[in-house]
Design a protein around this ligand. Structure first.
Ligand SMILES: C[S@@+](CC[C@H](N)C(=O)[O-])C[C@H]1O[C@@H](n2cnc3c(N)ncnc32)[C@H](O)[C@@H]1O
Length: 192
């Protein structure tokens, strides 16, 4: 109940930033993490972690050798994350500064980026800023995963940034949603 209340309160105050009235369900969080190839992953970054439902699945699933970096913009959510996961690297700040947040940590390459960011609410230039940094930091066979509560609707949007985009539907969420799984980033000069 605590997380639900915190998300609702922050939604009322910052609707465009929070963009949801409830944290992701366990089903959606598990779908976001499912299938990560832990035998190859060294670094996994989560963007827009909120109160941490996906973080929780990540922490449960990731082998200890994998480096996890969890980003969130709103200070109250960062406090909640630090309380729940005292040993985790919580990178507070704007995901539009992703390269800098990772450079501060000496991280040049990332294997998976899991995003709960409300990217469809971002101005197009801000979305490009985030996605270009994601693409540049991802390893060649790395993967970007984006949560949504609008199943299939934004496949075209992510196809702008990645050559391969698939979608996992998750009905058990409020509202039903899913995860876009994206590979093979398209640099800006090659986009149509
Ligand atoms: C739709 S909520 C998802 C929260 C959580 N991942 C979940 O699944 O319940 C979006 C989250 O992105 C965060 N956010 C929005 N803009 C951001 C930005 N520019 N940088 C980092 N986080 C941001 C919000 O504060 C919020 O916690």
């Amino acid at each position: 109940m605590g997380d639900l209340w915190l998300v609702l309160r922050k939604f009322v105050a910052n609707a465009k930033t929070v963009a949801t009235i409830a944290p992701s369900s366990r089903a959606l969080s598990q779908a976001t993490v499912r299938g990560i190839d832990w035998s190859k992953a060294n670094v996994v970054v989560e963007l827009g972690a909120g109160t941490g439902p996906i973080t929780e699945e990540l922490v449960k699933t990731a082998p200890p050798a994998v480096r996890l970096v969890v980003n969130e913009f709103l200070p109250e959510f960062c406090d909640a994350l630090r309380q729940k996961f005292p040993d985790l690297d919580i990178a507070s700040g704007d995901a539009r500064r992703l390269t800098e947040l990772l450079a501060d940590r000496g991280i040049p390459v990332v294997d998976y980026v899991l995003s709960g960011l409300p990217l469809t609410h971002f101005a197009p230039a801000d979305r490009d800023t985030v996605m270009n940094q994601v693409g540049q930091i991802l390893s060649p066979d790395g993967e970007f995963r984006q949560l949504t509560t609008a199943p299939w609707l934004y496949r075209g949007l992510y196809r702008r940034y990645f050559r391969e985009v698939s979608f996992r539907l998750v009905m058990w969420n409020l509202p039903p949603g899913g995860v876009y799984c994206c590979r093979r980033w398209i640099p800006p000069a090659e986009r149509t």
